[in-house]
Design a binder for this molecule. Structure first.
Ligand SMILES: Cc1cc2nc3c(=O)[nH]c(=O)nc-3n(C[C@H](O)[C@H](O)[C@H](O)COP(=O)(O)OP(=O)(O)OC[C@H]3O[C@@H](n4cnc5c(N)ncnc54)[C@H](O)[C@@H]3O)c2cc1C
Length: 380
């Protein structure tokens, strides 16, 4: 079990951290305040190969394993939840979706451009009446000649306004439940793919969540990803790979909040001494640090066995996702408390971190659904 990172992994973390501290951390508050897509930062991250970590070498990536992907996401999230949501989960989802179901031609066409950061990826599963219950999706694709014609509505489509490549999950046969779900690849400005609105969200600013409507949207037949009717199975396998990475975002965000709370507690003087000398504050910091370490090792363990694709690996991925995001919510809330009124103000980053943490408990399968997965694994 990897309780100790190798020297190489530690060096990778260190050089990534110094880049992120220099380029991303100073922009995090501005991204949150202006709520505008930070395209220049995404490009700067591409230039040093951050996106490539998530992709295999034969398709233009640097072939990082899942642990390297988690370390990358954790470090980004430590300084900016928004930039972590822009990189970690979408890239791991893209990589897995094409690797698991794509033809060689599809992998060659899409993966190198995603790995280089030239193209941005998004995923569209959720609909107005289908969130946790993916089987309830009602967007349809009907084969007409050489094209499939898509109709329906998708909600909370992260980066829907910027995406060059989207995998969209729709019903090709309404009578077959989850066995009627298929996956399609949609490229940027396809006619009939309409951005109906950008949702107003609590956090993860700068990264728009969009409502997308498909109105007689014609997709070439070759854009079917995987086999007709296998979309549900494929997306579940894809999400199994990406869950440790979502979990790593929780670890990073919580670490960022703890770092801020520790440095504030050493500086802030009340009753004639720094507040870090009060046991009440010390115990909060100790609990925060302990919870983060527990969460980190669960995430690394889940990442190290995720590709085994068995009951244990699925259970650990779900455990890591809900545990680390619940800890991120708790630690960021406690960090606000350590900073008192300043924690609640936008002068310090911890209130942003607290708003960002909430999202991690909800997307890519709510924490209730993760508990359902764990309970099912336990009960057989
Ligand atoms: C910031 C953000 C970004 C997102 N990005 C994307 C994206 O890019 N693509 C995409 O497709 N989706 C995206 N989503 C959607 C997200 O995946 C869904 O919001 C999530 O799956 C929950 O679905 P829902 O919101 O419809 O809630 P519902 O499924 O309606 O759930 C409501 C509540 O009921 C609980 N619940 C539901 N079923 C059960 C059950 N069986 N047992 C116990 N409790 C249950 C849930 O846990 C939740 O607390 C995003 C969401 C957010 C907030």
């Amino acid at each position: 079990m990897p309780f100790q990172l190798t020297e190489e992994e530690e060096m990778f973390r260190k050089s990534l951290r110094s880049f992120l501290e220099e380029k991303v951390a100073p922009r995090a508050a501005e991204i949150d305040r202006n709520d505008e897509f930070p395209g220049d930062l995404y490009r700067a991250m591409s230039e040093i190969g951050i996106q490539a970590v998530f992709f295999p070498e034969e398709y233009g990536g640097s072939g990082g394993d899942l642990l390297a992907c988690c370390l990358t996401t954790e470090e980004i999230s430590r300084v900016s939840g928004s930039m972590a949501v822009l990189t970690g989960p979408p890239l791991s989802l893209a990589s897995a979706a094409f690797r698991l179901a794509g033809t060689h031609e599809q992998k060659l066409k899409y993966l190198p451009k995603l790995a280089s950061g030239e193209w941005i990826y998004a995923i569209a599963i959720t609909e107005p009446d289908a969130g946790s219950d993916v089987s309830a999706i009602r967007t349809t694709a009907e084969l007409k000649g050489d094209h499939y014609v898509l109709n329906g509505t998708k909600r909370f489509h992260t980066m829907g306004d910027q995406a060059d490549v989207t995998t969209v999950y729709v019903k090709t046969d309404m009578s077959k439940g989850v066995k009627g779900i298929s996956t399609f690849v949609i490229e940027g400005e396809t006619p009939g793919r309409i951005i109906a609105k950008k949702e107003e969200m609590m956090g993860i600013k700068g990264i728009a969540s969009c409502e997308i409507v498909f109105e007689d949207c014609r997709i070439p037949r070759e854009n079917l990803l995987g086999k007709e009717g296998e979309g549900f199975k494929d997306v579940m396998r894809t999400l199994d790979e990406s869950r440790p990475i979502v979990a790593a975002m929780g670890v990073g965000l919580a670490q960022g909040a703890l770092d801020c709370a520790v440095s504030y507690a050493k500086e802030r003087v009340q009753f004639g001494k720094p507040i870090c000398e009060f046991q009440g504050i010390q115990f909060m910091l100790a609990d925060m640090a302990t919870q983060i370490e527990a969460s980190r090792y669960l995430v690394y363990r889940a990442a190290s066995i995720a590709l085994n694709r068995n009951r244990e690996s699925m259970m650990l991925a779900s455990m890591a996702k809900y545990f680390s995001s619940d800890i991120a919510m708790k630690v960021t809330t406690d960090a606000v408390q350590v900073l008192g009124g300043y924690g609640y103000s936008t002068e310090y980053p911890v209130e942003r971190m607290m708003r960002d943490a909430k999202c991690f408990q909800i997307f890519e399968g709510t924490n209730q659904i993760q508990r359902v997965v764990v309970a099912r694994s336990l009960l057989g």
